[in-house]
Design a protein around this ligand. Structure first.
Ligand code: ADP
Length: 400
């Protein structure tokens, strides 16, 4: 692998996460976060490897200002980690929606920017922010190659029967209304790692990845290709999430508009931001640590919420086992998947039909790639910490 420093940028509508990663050692040289961009109270946190964390409160009117501050911090003579911007060999941008235009990562050119713009309709909150990040970096580092890594790309191998909705076909032809799926970088990284951990050929395995974080999705990866995933046209479909509803009867939207005298947009806002485990727990919390505490204290709202969450995950595992005609390994990843033995146990309690039993001691461990099923388990259960930034840095280094 080449030896370059890759700046990984993940631009949200008002935030910007970054990591500088060396492509050869795969070490994180510095990382940080700009928050409240364009809003009062902007602040940046910046942590150089092995150093202390710096917090700077400074106005950031737009993403360009934020990126300027990030670059200044990276080359700062006291807290910086590189002497000049020339020591940054490439920038990898996380792009949320690549539509059907991108089935893999790509070097950013004017045509690529245009093709990303064409997907703005499909991700109106995310793609424009991603594009602002690209343009700001291009302005400040005009000679540095940039790569777009798409959240949707890994799922582009899904067959028609998995990506089509039961809608008039011309909606797909006219507007590209279909299932796309997200978290692709994570599903790809984790499924590949699973093959390594099992010491088996990635191209000969049936793997289910449960990415359970604040946003959550499941994917089915057969012989190294994604064949189904739970998120759809947008990230709202599928599992019950932190604040997103996941699958619901679409007729609920009109029903609630009438009952609550709200617009479709207002109800969609409820489905995205006030539902999921947050809404189900009566607004108690979207954080599983809080919910778990309340569950243990016997709170009915936490019990119903966590049971429904786990049941939905188990149903998707069942569906994807059917889709692949079997499953060799089930992987847990992201905030909840990596850190909650409790939720993993709840989900595994539905999987006896796969011959799965958990090794309680292994299941209690944290922060490592580990098999948490007993050696006798028919299907292996693994915990694989995800690392989307590293995956983006690898893809970027490979393309420049
Ligand atoms: P995202 O990247 O989608 O924002 P993460 O993958 O970082 O989310 O996951 C964040 C979530 O992980 C938190 O909201 C919390 O519910 C959950 N989480 C983190 N640590 C723990 C833990 N120790 N036990 C249970 N859940 C945890």
């Amino acid at each position: 692998m080449k030896d370059i420093n890759v700046l990984v940028i993940n631009c949200g509508s008002s935030s910007l996460k970054f990591q500088l990663i060396n492509s050869s050692s795969e070490e994180v040289i510095a990382k940080g976060l700009c928050e409240r961009i364009g809003i009062e109270g902007s602040q940046m946190t910046y942590t150089p490897a092995g150093g202390e964390k710096y917090e700077t409160k400074t106005p950031m009117e737009d993403h360009r200002t934020a990126i300027r501050l990030v670059l200044d911090a990276l080359v700062d003579k006291d807290k910086g980690v590189v002497k000049s911007l020339e020591e940054i060999g490439a920038v990898g941008h996380r792009i949320v929606h690549g539509g059907e235009n991108f089935a893999s990562s790509t070097l950013i050119t004017d045509e690529v920017i245009k093709a990303i713009e064409e997907c703005n309709d499909l991700a109106p909150l995310h793609n424009p922010a991603n594009l602002i990040g690209i343009r700001a970096c291009q302005e400040l580092m005009p000679k540095t190659p940039m790569v777009a890594v798409f959240d949707t790309a890994f799922h582009q191998t899904m067959p028609q029967e998995a990506f089509l909705y039961g809608l008039p076909y011309h909606y797909y032809e006219d507007y590209k209304v279909r299932r796309y799926g997200f978290h692709g970088t994570s599903h790809s990284y984790v499924s590949r790692r699973a093959a390594d951990v099992l010491g088996k050929d990635y191209g000969e395995l049936k793997i289910i990845v449960c990415h359970l974080g604040n946003g959550a999705s499941v994917s089915a990866v057969k012989n190294g290709k994604c064949v189904d995933t739970s998120m759809g046209l947008t990230p709202l479909e599928g599992l019950i999430m932190g604040t997103r509803s996941g699958d619901i009867d679409p007729a609920i939207i009109e029903f609630l508009c009438n009952k609550e005298n709200k617009s479709v947009q207002e109800i969609l806002n409820v489905l995205n931001k006030e539902s999921g485990v947050f809404g189900m727990s009566g607004g108690f919390s979207s954080d599983f640590r809080d919910l778990e505490k309340a569950y243990r204290a016997g709170e009915a709202f936490a019990i119903r919420t966590m049971q429904t969450f786990a049941y939905r995950v188990a149903k998707y595992i069942g569906a994807y086992t059917a889709a692949m005609n079997g499953v060799d390994a089930i992987c847990f990843t992201a905030g909840i998947g990596e850190n909650s033995p409790f939720i993993r146990t709840m989900i595994a309690s539905y999987l006896g039909y796969l011959g799965i039993t958990l090794d309680e001691e292994a299941n209690a461990k944290r922060g490592e790639e580990i098999a948490i099923s007993t050696p006798e388990s028919g299907t292996k259960v693994l915990v694989i910490p995800t690392n989307e930034e590293l995956a983006i840095a690898r893809e970027t280094a490979a393309l420049v």
